[in-house]
Design a protein. Structure first.
Length: 156
């Protein structure tokens, strides 16, 4: 039986990434033509690590940074989200081992400033960490958002 990879192992597994390719035809109706960068997981983690206390970034913000870094039209919307989740899991493993400096994944939001239920601790875990840093979390229907998240954008 194959041993399940840890989050840290997943984070370190670059799988021949990053790579820049033409935007696939199936994505062009939504995203247009040009190129798309499929980042390495560690690249997403590196950006997330740079977000200081009191500041916030969205997955879209990470995608913009990656596209600029690689000279691409677009940062991949699918892999950026998956790799942010992997970075969060790796941070939780680090924290469980007593490490003090972990990736502050809770400062990375979904588009529109929405909290990510897939992060360790779910919505309540992310909400507690964000509120501890002075952010206000509001509920809209069944979803949770950081109020005025745009005003907390970091300069990376």
């Amino acid at each position: 039986m194959k041993k399940k990879k840890s989050w840290r192992e997943k984070l370190a597994d670059a799988k021949d990434l990053p790579k820049v390719v033409a935007i696939p035809p199936g994505m062009q109706p939504k995203w247009g033509s040009g190129t798309i960068v499929i980042p390495a997981p560690v690249e997403v983690d590196q950006i997330m690590r740079k977000v200081p206390k009191g500041k916030l970034i969205t997955i879209n913000g990470i995608r913009e940074i990656l596209a600029c870094k690689h000279g691409a039209t677009l940062g991949c919307p699918i892999t950026a989200g998956i790799f942010a989740r992997i970075a969060a899991g790796a941070a939780e493993e680090d924290e469980a081992e007593g490490k003090k400096r972990v990736t502050p994944y809770w400062r990375t939001l979904k588009s529109g400033g929405e909290l990510n239920s897939k992060y360790p601790g779910g919505i309540e875990g992310q909400r507690a960490k964000l509120e501890a840093e002075g952010h206000t979390v509001v509920c809209r229907g069944q979803r949770f958002f950081v109020k005025d998240y745009e005003q907390s954008k970091p300069r990376l």
